[in-house]
Ligand binder design. Structure first.
Ligand code: UD1
Length: 372
């Protein structure tokens, strides 16, 4: 059986890595990896391939940045040629980025079977490009691998036949569990001056913000930066910055006071996980970080008014605080005062989601009806 994996942007890499690893253990499979090139900076792409032990892509489509239409269309044009030549039996796509939707459309038009890893998540906010990508990808997928029961319910409500839906758990958590021992060896705390004289981690806030809704409007971005500067008067704030955010800061002429908020380049996987493990609180608008912090039991304040990962709020340590910067400052104070939300780890976030995916694909390939 020939399986072709399509990845393109940073959050795809930690999802594809354990799935490829699990499929590798099955003798009858031949795998091809395609990188669309949506993310191309070394520290947004290559570094992740190295740390996640992902093999070199067999094809790089080098599509780069562009408008949504340009990016999606360029992936479609380049990928169609590769799919026609490679003739895979199944294409696997990951998450909700533009490359995911583009690949899904190519497969649907060519009549190639499609599997979607991380299917069924919904924020119900159609102004997010990712929400459109999720809905449309799930509509054309043949095998839908979901991380939690809420995702199954969303798919059933949209009319997806139940036999296509497989609740397997969270593949990002597979990677997290696998690489935690290596992440704990990272020197990042020392490098960023986050150790005390006994070499123990001090209290600090870890920030990531890159959603268009938070960073594209200069006024919103400026309010968020001002709030982070307020917080940095109480404890260090570390902000590894996505290129979209740094570009917007420069464009808006918003260079924060030096030294107060520690702005650094985007970090590799191992350094970032190490920082997350020891953070007093994480402030984010990322999807994956809401999940990782829930697994790690670290308080997470999400600067959005919706989440496609509600289980991180109902079961985990995540709290949605919209774009309310006063609330952000207040919640950080509460956490510092010891008022932390208690959470637990959702079912099937156990490090074996990828093994379940591999078993289901094998059974599907042999023409049986997989047990759910
Ligand atoms: C994309 C995903 C988002 C995901 C995020 C993780 C979509 C619609 N969005 O958003 O869901 O959370 O990746 O990082 O697919 N840039 C660089 N170097 C790079 C990549 C991007 O400088 O390697 C800059 C470019 O200026 C580019 C901008 O970042 O225009 C945005 O990149 P793009 O891939 O379009 O979207 P992201 O904001 O990264």
């Amino acid at each position: 059986m020939h399986i072709l994996h399509v990845v393109g942007a940073r959050p795809n890499f930690m999802k594809a890595s354990p799935v490829m690893g699990a499929l590798e253990r099955w003798d009858g499979v031949n795998q091809t990896l395609i990188h669309t090139g949506q993310h191309y900076d070394r520290n947004m792409s290559e570094l992740f391939f190295e740390q996640l032990e992902l093999r070199e892509p067999d094809f790089n489509l080098n599509v780069g940045s562009g408008s949504h239409a340009e990016q999606t269309a360029n992936v479609m044009l380049c990928l169609e040629r590769v799919v026609l030549e490679q003739k895979p039996n199944l294409v696997l796509v990951y998450g909700d980025v533009n490359s995911t939707l583009a690949a899904a459309l190519v497969c649907a038009k060519l009549g190639i079977s499609l599997g979607h890893v991380e299917a069924g998540l919904r924020s119900r906010d159609r102004s997010m490009p990712e929400e459109i990508n999720r809905i449309l990808t799930d509509q054309v997928a043949d095998l839908l691998f979901t991380p939690s029961a809420d995702a199954d319910a969303n798919l059933l409500a949209e009319g997806v036949p139940p036999e296509k839906i497989h609740c397997v758990g969270n593949v990002m958590i597979d990677t997290l569990i696998h690489l935690l021992p290596q992440a704990s060896q990272s020197e990042v705390l020392k490098k960023l001056n986050l150790l005390n004289e006994h070499r123990q981690p001090i209290s600090y806030v870890l920030v990531t913000l890159h959603r268009p809704s938070n960073v594209d409007d200069p006024e919103t971005l400026s309010r968020l930066i001002a709030a982070l500067q307020d917080i940095s008067a109480r404890l260090p704030v570390v902000f590894p910055m996505h290129p979209r955010t740094s570009n917007r800061l420069v464009k808006a002429g918003l260079v924060p006071e030096r030294g107060k908020v520690q702005m650094v380049e985007p970090l590799g996987y191992l350094d970032f996980i190490c920082l997350q493990c020891h953070a007093t609180v994480v402030v984010t608008d990322s999807g994956g970080i809401q999940e990782e912090s829930t697994y790690l039991g670290v308080p997470c304040l999400t600067m959005r008014d919706t989440t496609e990962r509600p289980i991180t709020v109902t079961m985990g340590t995540n709290q949605l605080i919209d774009q309310d910067t006063d609330k952000l400052v207040r919640q950080v104070e509460c956490i510092l005062a010891g008022q932390k939300k208690k959470g637990s780890i959702p079912p099937l976030w156990d490090g074996h989601a990828s093994d379940r995916i591999a078993t289901i694909i094998e059974t599907w390939w042999h023409g049986e009806s997989p047990t759910r």
